[in-house]
Write a protein that binds this ligand. Structure first.
Ligand SMILES: N[C@@H](CCC(=O)N[C@@H](CS)C(=O)NCC(=O)O)C(=O)O
Length: 202
């Protein structure tokens, strides 16, 4: 199977990390979705990454759908298969952080077509709202670190890594970054996993 992704997308990263944790056999096609590459547009009407083409031609879109599929094909005992309401609580918070961060980047694109220009962040009340979401959610997640495993990565663990590292990738040295010492220390420790180290946003 083939995963279409970009190196920056946290949604695509979730799909990629989950497929690695599922020990799936897949290849990667790197592309820029904003450039409307033919192969992506043909397969995914949303023109977005991630997009996973299975060997029988089935097309899976949307990060959480691909993560669910990864959990289905993962070997018995994989942490991807262990899902509790407490895990889902973490998943929801972390996914919300990712969505809020991407929302701000999309706002920048709408304002100036330049992701480096921060006028949207500085002037639009919705940007402030999304920043608040990131701050509060990350603060809550910091208090939930003892629920996260260091040795076995499931959906909750992958989403938390993805959320924190995407925030740091897109908003480096930002003055509003909340203090999340527990999460920072935990991420340092899980960096040894292939699903984390081989998918760092760039
Ligand atoms: N809801 C989708 C969001 C995917 C998404 O927004 N991907 C972005 C990259 S971070 C993209 O491909 N953007 C191109 C576009 O919006 O046209 C998911 O969960 O997979």
């Amino acid at each position: 199977m083939k995963l279409m992704k970009s190196t920056t997308s946290p949604f695509a990263r979730l799909a990629h990390m989950a497929l690695i944790e599922a020990q799936a056999d897949f290849e990667i096609e790197l592309l820029n979705p904003w450039a409307d590459p033919e192969q992506l547009v043909e397969l995914n009407p949303a023109k977005r990454v991630p997009c996973l083409q299975l060997d029988d031609g089935t097309i899976l879109t949307e990060a959480m759908v691909i993560a669910m599929y990864a959990a289905d094909i993962a070997p018995e005992g994989s942490h991807l298969k262990s899902k509790s309401p407490q895990d889902y609580e973490i998943c929801g918070l972390a996914f919300g952080v990712i969505e809020a961060a991407v929302y701000i980047m999309t706002g920048r694109k709408l304002f100036s077509d330049d992701l480096a220009v921060t006028e949207f962040d500085e002037t639009h009340p919705v940007a402030e709202r999304r920043r608040e979401t990131m701050k509060v959610s990350l603060g809550r997640l910091d208090g939930m670190v003892d629920r996260l495993s260091e040795d076995r990565l499931g959906l909750a663990e992958l989403l938390v890594v993805d959320a924190v590292q995407y925030m740091d990738f897109r908003f480096p040295d930002n003055p509003w970054r909340p203090a999340i010492p527990n999460l920072d220390a935990w991420i340092e420790r899980v960096g040894r996993h292939k699903s984390v180290s081989e998918t760092i946003p760039s």
